[in-house]
Design a protein around this ligand. Sequence first.
Ligand SMILES: [Mg+2]
Length: 244
Amino acid sequence: MSIIAHLPSTLILWDVDHTLIENGGVSKATYASAFELLTGRAPSVRPVTDGRTDFEIMHELLSANSVDAGEYVEIAQFEGVLVEAMKRNMSQLPQRGHILPGVVEVLALLSALPGAVQSVLTGNIASNARAKLSAFSLDGWVDFDVGGFGSDGTTRSSLVGVARRKALKKYGATFDQSSTVLVGDTPLDIKAARDGGARIIAVATGVYSASQLAEAGADVTLDSLADTDRFMTALVSLRAGLAC
Ligand SMILES: [Mg+2]
């Protein structure tokens, strides 16, 4: 049990896949379904996902399967098929996926701290992010009114500013570079924090190792969220401007 009882006002933005949950291949199946809904055939080349936004994933999936993606310039053009594809695949999530170790404990600890606002910064469109977290009963821990989603922009880096603007509108609080902390598992999460002006705790629960994430410029790198005290200590140290 963590002994940390105080955290200065902080916007904590969670990545979803491979940070909070392992989706067990349901994400890739969902993009394949969306491709099929859009084109009338199954993709022969599988989607590449890690850290990308839904727009980037769909765009690259079309190109990789020799479909002209030039006419697709905004996420709204993919939203309908992505929502329908998730509806078709989401019942598989609890069977094939799981919550990653320590996640519930960390979300619960943070929710008890008055200064913490928890939301999501994810490449998933908002409705699909909600569907994924709902499948594991994690949706109640994060504030979906704020946060940045793949439906808010085409690049991950642009979503940090989106989340901040939503948080300002709802809470009347300005979250800056030192008070916005991302948690994610890929170099693209780290790039989003750097480009968007935020701090980042990287977790090696996806395909990237702790040393790869450290090399990519994470402020803190953890093997997982299983050690909740270590996560909380890292978060408080980051907020205090201390090296960790
Ligand atoms: Mg991820």
